[in-house]
Design a protein around this ligand. Structure first.
Ligand code: ZN
Length: 428
């Protein structure tokens, strides 16, 4: 269970880990469909080639509904235009914009929607973005869906960070929807209900939509059996900043683990499959297509998916075990054997690519930093503050070491132990 001293030393002194992280951030926020996303894929190819020149990997085409906002504006009737950010895949408004009263539903819980059910129709709903990595969090997409179900004509979501707007996906795939913008907490305060009634605002959004294609990159390093451990991270992000924590950290860690373990994989019981997904921020599209295309025998051959998404920005790591309680003793055992603290969180959280593996019957975990910690830097993910200065090199290295230990142990676990990972409960 303990990572061997050579590999530990290799990762502990790997100067390329921090270089890769900075280089990924330098490529920009990596919004799917942007030049920034393409530059990031090119960088990943180059770095994996340097680690394993004989393995050129393969690229799986990922068709998806392309989308780009060419204009987004929000004007308040009381005067003034305020800053805003279009949510991914929001629909456009009419050219003259959409003008309606704004109803503030606070956090935007189901109870708040219920209590105001009779007042929502024909108005723009305002809710709050919340800490994504916490128990009981209500995802933005659920709030957007509730707004639509209640007849809202527009959707505003206020970010957590003073002076800054917030990004994210509306969750809309294609077809119908309502215009959706991220705003700052100060703008939300100006949209509070008054004695005179609900304030009025005008949303104006122009978009371009059409068929688009990105890719999933796969590198296989076979072991001694035809089974696999899949190590994954998503490439895409948002164009507000450099998407440093989410998910520059995961990409850099995957590259470092690949450098350390790929040369040794031939001696492992199971092979190492390294995967880079995109359009994760667009309803987990890349991984959804990958898992859907796998036949049952292929799914059975994947012993575990270890998905890295936002693994630094706090020194505290959690493994989301996606309902696979049987994998938790293994995770905790590896963490303890390597002197690391790890918390496990069992409910399936559909907040990254691991969810598609888990839903496809494959044991899957997401490693994430700062879970349930409202003070962690992770709270500013999806804002312009998701920048490299929020990440301590020591945190990224710690997450990389734990990942290498988990992946190496998973590749070498005996079949009886690996069988327990597919169980929903901790074996008696
Ligand atoms: Zn992410």
């Amino acid at each position: 269970m303990r990572l061997d001293p050579d590999t530990t030393a290799l990762i502990a002194t790997d100067q390329e880990l921090w270089r890769d992280f900075n280089d990924i951030c330098d490529r920009g926020g990596r919004l799917a469909g942007s030049e920034s996303e393409k530059r990031a894929f090119a960088l990943l190819r180059e770095r994996v080639r340097a680690a394993s020149p004989a393995n050129s990997g393969r690229s799986i085409p990922v068709p998806y509904g392309g989308w780009r906002a060419t204009r987004a504006a929000l004007a308040l009737a009381e005067g003034g235009t305020v800053s805003c950010h279009p949510l991914v895949r929001t629909i456009a408004t009419a050219e003259c914009g959409l003008t309606a009263e704004v109803i503030d539903l606070g956090r935007g819980t189901p109870e708040e929607f219920d209590a105001h059910a009779a007042e929502i129709k024909g108005r723009i709903v305002l809710v709050r973005h919340e800490l994504m990595f916490a128990a009981g969090t209500i995802h933005r997409r659920r709030k957007y869906d509730m707004a639509r179900t209640h007849g809202a004509v527009g959707f505003l979501i206020a970010g957590p960070l003073a002076g800054h707007v917030v990004a994210g996906s509306s969750g809309r795939e294609s077809g119908d929807g309502i215009p959706a913008l991220g705003i700052s907490p100060e703008t939300a305060a100006r949209l509070a209900r008054r004695a005179a009634g609900w304030p009025t605002a005008t949303m104006t959004i122009e978009t371009e939509e059409g068929p688009a294609e990105t890719e999933t990159l796969v590198y296989d390093y076979p072991g001694q059996s035809d089974e696999w451990v899949v190590l994954s991270a998503h490439v895409d992000g948002h164009d507000l900043a450099e998407s440093a924590m989410d998910n520059g950290t995961g990409l850099a860690a995957v590259l470092a683990v690949t450098r350390a373990l790929a040369p040794r994989a031939a001696g492992f019981r199971r092979g190492l499959r390294v995967m880079f997904f995109s359009v994760e921020e667009w309803a987990l599209t890349g991984s959804a297509q990958y898992v859907k295309a796998l036949g049952e025998p292929e799914r059975a051959k994947i012993a575990l998916n270890v998905n890295l998404d936002s693994v630094a920005g706090s020194p505290h790591l959690a493994a989301l075990s996606s309902g696979y309680g049987g994998v938790e003793p293994f995770l905790l055992g590896v963490a303890e054997a390597n002197g690391q603290n790890l918390r496990t969180v069992r409910p399936l959280m559909t907040n990254s690519d691991h969810a598609n593996f888990a839903l496809g019957g494959i044991p899957a975990i997401r490693l994430v930093a700062g879970f349930d910690d409202p003070a962690a830097h992770l709270r500013v993910v999806l804002t312009p503050a998701d920048t490299r200065d929020k990440v301590a090199q020591s945190e990224l290295r710690q997450a990389t070491l734990l990942t290498a230990a988990l992946v190496a142990a998973a590749c070498n676990a005996d079949p009886a132990e690996a069988a327990t990972w597919r169980m929903k409960q901790v074996p008696a």
